[in-house]
Design a binder for this molecule. Structure first.
Ligand SMILES: [Zn+2]
Length: 254
C-alpha cells in the first residue's frame, strides 16, 4: 500500500465522521485529492462517513457524487502514516476535488452495526456462560459472520446459555455508549489492546454496553442493544488454537 501512503502525504488525517455519529447515511464532504486508475479512482476527502474495511468489519459501499462526476464506492481502505489515519475510497468512475455528496448503503452498514454490537456482547455472554474471560482471535462481520476465540471449545450447553444471555441483554435494551481517551491515558490505564495502537494514534475510543467492561474499538455500533433484534448462533467449529462461532442477527432495518 506504499502508493496510498504516498497519495495522502501532506494532507490532514481524515475526519472520521462515522465514529462521531454512526447513523449518518449521507453528508457533504470536501474531496481533497483523487487518483485515476483506468475506469476507477482513489478518492481522499477531508472527512468521511464511509467505514473502511478494518477490525473484521467490511468496508462500506455507496456513492460519492461531485459536480464533475460520480464514484461508485466499492472498497474503502484505512491507511496509517506517521501523521495519522486516512480513509481512501476506491471505486468505479471519478469525482474531482471540491464539495461532494457522500452516501453509504445504509442497509448493509446498519447490518454491520448490529452484528458488530452483537459480537461485543457475545464476548461478554460467553465469559458469563463459561466462567472464563474470552480472548478474541479475529472476527468477520460480512457473510457469514463469525467470531474466533482462543482456548478450548465450550460445551453445547454453554453455547446455548451464552445465546440465551445475549438475547436477554438484547431485549433489556441496554444503552451502548462510547468515550474517547488520549493515547497517553490509554498507556497509563493499561487499556486492553493498547500495545496494538499505532504510534501516531493520539486517542483511543472505548465502547461500553450497559455497565459491562469498556472495550477499545474504532468500529460502528448501534445505540441500544434492542436494535439487534435477535441473536442466533449458527454453528461452532474448531480452528487452530481455538474455536469459531458463526452467528447472525435480525436483518430487518429500523
Ligand atoms: Zn466495536
Amino acid at each position: 500500500m506504499a502508493g496510498l501512503e504516498e497519495m495522502v502525504k501532506g494532507y490532514a488525517p481524515t475526519d472520521l465522521l462515522y465514529l462521531r455519529d454512526s447513523y449518518m447515511k449521507a453528508c457533504d464532504c470536501e474531496v481533497v485529492c483523487f487518483k485515476k486508475d483506468g475506469k476507477n479512482a482513489y478518492v481522499l476527502a477531508r472527512g468521511t462517513i464511509f467505514h473502511p474495511k478494518s477490525g473484521g468489519q467490511p468496508g462500506d459501499v455507496g456513492y460519492i457524487k461531485g459536480e464533475s462526476g460520480e464514484l461508485e464506492v466499492k472498497k474503502v481502505m484505512g491507511v496509517w502514516t506517521d501523521d495519522g489515519y486516512y480513509v481512501i475510497h476506491y471505486g468505479k468512475g471519478s469525482v474531482g476535488s471540491g464539495k461532494a455528496n457522500f452516501q453509504i448503503d445504509w442497509e448493509t452498514r446498519y447490518l454491520y452495526m448490529k452484528r458488530h454490537t452483537a459480537a461485543h456482547l457475545l464476548d461478554h455472554c460467553l465469559a458469563e456462560a463459561t466462567g472464563t474471560k474470552t480472548l478474541t482471535l479475529g472476527s468477520w462481520l460480512g457473510d457469514p459472520a463469525y467470531l474466533d476465540y482462543a482456548g478450548s471449545m465450550p460445551s453445547e450447553d454453554q453455547i446455548r446459555m451464552a445465546e440465551r444471555l445475549e438475547n436477554d441483554y438484547i431485549h433489556q435494551g441496554l444503552p451502548v455508549s462510547f468515550s474517547v481517551i488520549s493515547a497517553s491515558d490509554a498507556t497509563r490505564l493499561g487499556a486492553p489492546n493498547e500495545e496494538r495502537l499505532p504510534k501516531s494514534a493520539k486517542e483511543l475510543r472505548l465502547v461500553r454496553i450497559g455497565d459491562f467492561e469498556w472495550i477499545p474499538c474504532g468500529g460502528t455500533h448501534v445505540n441500544n442493544t434492542k436494535e439487534i433484534g435477535h441473536f442466533t448462533v449458527k454453528g461452532v467449529n474448531k480452528i487452530e488454537g481455538g474455536y469459531r462461532i458463526y452467528f447472525d442477527v435480525d436483518k430487518a432495518i429500523g
